[in-house]
Write a protein that binds this ligand. Structure first.
Ligand code: 9UX
Length: 71
């Protein structure tokens, strides 16, 4: 069954940042849907269960943003 996360995202300041993070998350294998809220600085991610949080963090960091450690 798919799993859903709400992840904090640090470093976004504009709508283009939102698009970059959504694209980065969406391209992780197993991610079905990624929706970023700039106002709350969070991402909602729906994914197939095998996707690891560390993989999502790495994708966000590669795009230039951060998921704080421990979240
Ligand atoms: Mo524009 Mo958002 O460079 O970082 S994409 S402010």
């Amino acid at each position: 069954a798919p799993v859903n996360w709400t992840l904090p995202i640090e470093g976004m300041t504009c709508a283009s940042c939102v698009g970059r993070v959504e694209r980065a998350l969406s391209q992780v294998p197993g991610v079905r849907r990624a929706s970023v809220n700039l106002a709350t600085e969070t991402a909602e991610v729906e994914a197939d269960a095998p996707v690891q949080a560390a993989t999502l963090r790495a994708a966000v960091e590669k795009a230039g943003y951060e998921i704080p450690a421990g979240s």
